[in-house]
Design a protein around this ligand. Sequence first.
Ligand SMILES: C[S@@+](CC[C@H](N)C(=O)[O-])C[C@H]1O[C@@H](n2cnc3c(N)ncnc32)[C@H](O)[C@@H]1O
Length: 399
Amino acid sequence: MIKIEKLDHKGRGIAKLDNKIVFIENALPQEEVEIDIFSSKKNYSLANVKEIITPSLKRVKSPCKYFKICGGCDIMHMSYNDQLLFKENKVKEILHHYVDTNLKINKIVSSDLSLNYRNKTTFHIDKGLGLCKKNSNDLVFIEECLISNDKINNTIPYLKKLDFKDINKITVRGSNDIMAIIETTDSNLNIEHIKDIAASIYLKINDEYKLIYGKPYIYEKIGKYKYAISPNSFFQINNNVCFKLYSKINDYVKENKNVLDLYCGIGSIGIFVNEKNDTYGIEINKSAIKDANLNKNLNNIENINFICGDSGKSINNLKFNPDIIIVDPPRSGLNKETINNILKFKALEIIYVSCDTMTFARDLNILKNYYKIIEVTPFDMFPNTSHVECIAYLKIKDV
Ligand SMILES: C[S@@+](CC[C@H](N)C(=O)[O-])C[C@H]1O[C@@H](n2cnc3c(N)ncnc32)[C@H](O)[C@@H]1O
């Protein structure tokens, strides 16, 4: 038997066994549990709970029957309030430790929905339809995914009727109309019955997207803005929290300022904050930039321009003086070259949107030498998982 001391940043219980740290999935602080070690390294081991001897009073029964094996959610054994506290504390611990012990970190902004919030889910196929098991490429076959929206869940019985022989994955996205993206090697796949539930069907063959039925785009609405999205363009996964996140950014952006929106995706942030500004958006994905230009017209916005390229490099050729730079990079964060190029602008303010608290901390630690970090706000974009989205608001130091 082993006693859980506290949680790590992935929501795993931490305990000591023979002077070695063990990370235990699905365990809560103060619980006494029997464990199964499934991986043993020199300095630490990874384990599952075999039996809970003394459960925590905080433990809740997960609403999902696949929770213990499915790799999708990792903290569904906590109440939603405890999940929020866990994430707020995680952000505080990481940023106070690596960036500044006095950094102001606001209360986490919650999601109105803790279930049924995802507007995109990728199902894996292997004799059946499922999601990857925890720490494995094996699948757990599922009938529903509780964090995906109902429209996505309603497609599952139809998807199960496909001939899975030549299919690897199926991504379903949308909150209104549904887009199905079937990764396959068979260009003649029979998809007739999928037309009953999808407004748009793509085959993805060797990384090429081929529209075989319906509309090329699906549309999502965030606030009063409507966004067209192609199959391989990024879009925030939780519309409700996306609205809260973009509204916070909009609060920081004041009138008549030039805005540079780096890693702009389909132009969604730039468009959302654009009424008051001149904006440039930069994004590496060609199809996202095509969507961004479409979205500019769709929302009747004139003073925004999009450039397709690497954000870190393309800014060197930009004939534009931004007052505010918004960055929303992938999990890897900003590289040194990008940070150096951003610093050259001496923009008055930087708004950093991050979905990975560790790379966020690493980058803020450099930026803090030139900018004062006014505040950080965590957002619960991904309920029931240990992931958290954050915004930092930075102002240039007096020079
Ligand atoms: C987290 S998403 C943010 C998108 C957008 N800001 C939004 O809210 O939907 C990150 C985006 O950065 C893009 N990206 C990744 N590496 C890039 C790079 N080196 N330069 C420009 N864009 C990049 C991705 O294609 C993706 O669209």
